[in-house]
Design a protein around this ligand. Structure first.
Ligand SMILES: NC(=O)c1ccc[n+]([C@@H]2O[C@H](COP(=O)([O-])OP(=O)(O)OC[C@H]3O[C@@H](n4cnc5c(N)ncnc54)[C@H](OP(=O)(O)O)[C@@H]3O)[C@@H](O)[C@H]2O)c1
Length: 333
């Protein structure tokens, strides 16, 4: 806090006195300066998600004052600060019964997984879902939601400890895709039909390979690019793949901040986005209500892969980049 004036929240903003924040893979790219989508002028504070108390609110957001919340740093940055200027549209009350660390690990992974599997992926009971990086923050949430929805889950992971974790979350099939061919495995499990939905936070070559085991009418969800953010800018899917595959390719964004506010953030990064269609606040509330009922019934649980002190943030980010983390790593104040 030395030398930093607390920000004054403006329209759509609140100020959160943070007790916890979490690591999100986007920060790995952010701190290398290669995440062009969120690329504010230097210096800036990393951190996308936090938990804490609302101590100040912008015009029209006064109802948040004094509440204990999970929230997103405004512009998806700044959440590792003590005082976080946050987006009111990306703020929810801490779910009952969760510790700060669990609450911090809950919001982003489960909202993103829900938006992907159900709002975009139209997942139905009895369908098969291929979840990549299934032991990660977002992947572990996708596995749990898919299992709970009655789907058959084929999970990919990078090592045997992660395999054990996702089996414990209910995944019926687990493939270490660094050691075995996940396409062959998925085709064998589905008896050649292919998977109905692929939840893909890895991208790049893994995305291209995944299209080789997607069923007719299947849905590929582009969630992220953990294998290399450069793939975000590279056209990889041609017309032949789409025509012959007879499947859908769908994008998924977790951003509830209205376009008129978020558009300024995207504009500031200098990256042109052809069209920005964030889910509405109605969808956000519907997702939150469903997640809270699953949580209350003990059907899902946030996965806290570790708790670290602020001083350990650089090492924790390095561990994430080296594929050594599971679930959400939480930074406690
Ligand atoms: N669309 C959105 O709105 C949105 C919002 C937030 C985050 N995301 C994206 O969602 C994805 C998951 O985020 P997360 O924070 O939960 O991360 P995470 O899954 O906890 O960590 C990334 C995982 O990706 C896997 N991976 C595969 N290839 C990799 C490589 N070459 N280098 C590093 N990791 C590799 C690793 O798991 P294995 O070792 O098991 O392969 C690694 O643990 C990320 O791509 C992130 O950018 C998207």
């Amino acid at each position: 806090m030395v030398g930093v004036d607390p920000a004054e929240p403006g329209p759509g903003q609140i100020l959160v006195k943070a007790r916890a924040s979490v690591l999100n893979y986007n920060e790995v790219d952010g701190c290398h300066g290669r995440y062009l989508t969120i690329n504010p002028p230097l210096p800036y504070t990393l951190g996308m998600e936090c938990v804490g108390e609302v101590i100040s609110a912008g015009p029209g957001e006064e109802a948040w004052l004094g509440r204990q919340v999970t929230s997103s740093g405004f512009g998806a940055v700044g959440a590792h600060a003590d005082l976080v200027l946050a987006s009111a549209a990306m703020t929810f009350d801490i779910p009952a019964g969760l510790t700060d660390a669990e609450a911090a690990a809950f919001f982003y992974p489960f909202h993103l997984a829900h938006l992907g599997l159900f709002e975009r992926g139209r997942l139905q009971p009895g369908e098969t879902v291929l979840v990549h990086a299934a032991a990660g923050g977002v992947g572990s949430a996708a596995v749990q939601l898919a299992v709970e929805a009655g789907a058959e889950v084929i999970a990919t992971v990078g090592n045997d400890d992660k395999a054990q974790l996702v089996r414990g979350l209910g995944a019926q099939h687990v493939v270490n895709y660094r050691a075995a061919d996940f396409v062959e495995a998925a085709l064998a499990i589905t008896e050649g039909k292919g998977v109905d939905v692929c939840f893909d936070g890895v991208g790049g070559e893994i995305m291209l390979q995944s299209l080789r085991c997607l069923a007719r009418g299947g849905r590929h969800l582009t969630v992220g690019f953990a294998s290399g953010i450069e793939a975000e800018e590279v056209p990889m899917v041609n017309g032949r793949i789409l025509c012959f595959g007879n499947f859908d390719m769908l994008g998924v964004i977790l951003a509830y901040t209205p376009p008129e506010i978020a558009g300024k953030i995207a504009g500031a990064s200098g990256m042109p986005v052809p069209r920005f269609n964030p889910p509405t606040t109605d969808i956000a509330q519907k997702v939150q209500d469903h997640l809270l009922s699953l949580l209350a019934d003990g059907k899902i649980r946030p996965i806290v892969g570790g708790e670290v002190a602020f001083e350990e943030l650089p090492q924790a980010l390095e561990a994430m980049e080296a594929r050594q983390t599971t679930g959400r790593i939480v930074l406690l104040r």
